[in-house]
Write a protein that binds this ligand. Structure first.
Ligand code: CA
Length: 238
């Protein structure tokens, strides 16, 4: 069995070595890069399972690297954690907007980073069997099957892809344009309102099982997946 590989992009040698050492000890294979440019060269081969990217890099910044990776279909879905020295809300949002899945604020312990890595890999699903689970819902991306607590739920192909997209990044709010890009594809002209129509269908399919509340409306933005029943708020149907 080969170890999950992680591409670590960090210019400061002490931090890179320390993180690399901890990740290897935790059972991962680490590919190191000291700049965004080196990282792009390393990504020409077999893609890693996950990327850890420092925000502040010489040359191309970490955030610009993320934007570039998200535009490329070959790397657009790779799980990605940002290392940042900034804790401000606006920077966090810039990062999420660029396409990061999670972030860790410096200084942090290697243990914290490894916990985030493992959690993100679990959320991102296991490509080996194509199965994802969050809250009461299980999705089999190979068989195109949705089950809620073991009971099969029939959903249409677009609803399936919407659910898969939202479930892959629980708690992350996607706006309608992002969902159109990721579910319908770029260069396809569909009105943003179409997303609402399919979200409604998805909720209807999940409602008999009480799982429709996993799909939450985020006012002024779009939608997000909420796995935990304790976090289900009053849904805001517009
Ligand atoms: Ca740095």
């Amino acid at each position: 069995m080969s170890a999950d590989s992680i591409l670590l992009v960090e210019d400061e040698p002490e931090i890179r070595e320390m993180l690399s050492f901890s990740l290897v000890r935790a059972g991962f294979e680490v590919i190191e890069a000291d700049s965004a440019e080196t990282a792009l060269a390393r990504l020409q081969g077999t893609p890693p399972k996950l990327l850890i990217i420092d925000w502040r890099l010489p040359g191309m910044s970490g955030v610009d690297l993320v934007r570039r990776l998200r535009r490329d279909p070959a790397t657009s879905e790779l799980p990605l954690i940002m290392l940042t020295a900034r804790g401000e809300e606006s920077d966090k949002l810039t990062g999420f907007d660029a396409g990061i899945d999670d972030y860790v604020v410096k200084p942090f312990s290697p243990r914290e980073l490894i916990a985030r890595v493992k959690s993100l890999l679990r959320r991102a699903g296991n490509p080996a069997d194509g199965k994802m689970a969050a809250g009461p819902i299980e999705v089999d991306t190979r068989a195109h099957r949705v089950t809620v607590e073991g009971t099969r739920v029939a959903v249409g192909p677009l609803e399936f892809r919407l659910l898969e997209q939202l479930m892959r990044w629980p708690d992350r709010a996607f706006d309608r344009a992002q969902l159109l890009d990721r579910v319908w594809g770029r260069n396809i002209f569909v009105e943003e309102r179409t997303v609402d129509v399919h979200i409604l269908r998805l909720r209807k399919a999940l409602a008999p099982f009480g799982a429709d509340r996993c799909i939450e409306t985020v006012r002024g933005i779009g939608y997000r997946f909420v796995a935990e029943e304790s976090e289900w708020g009053a849904r805001d149907d517009e």
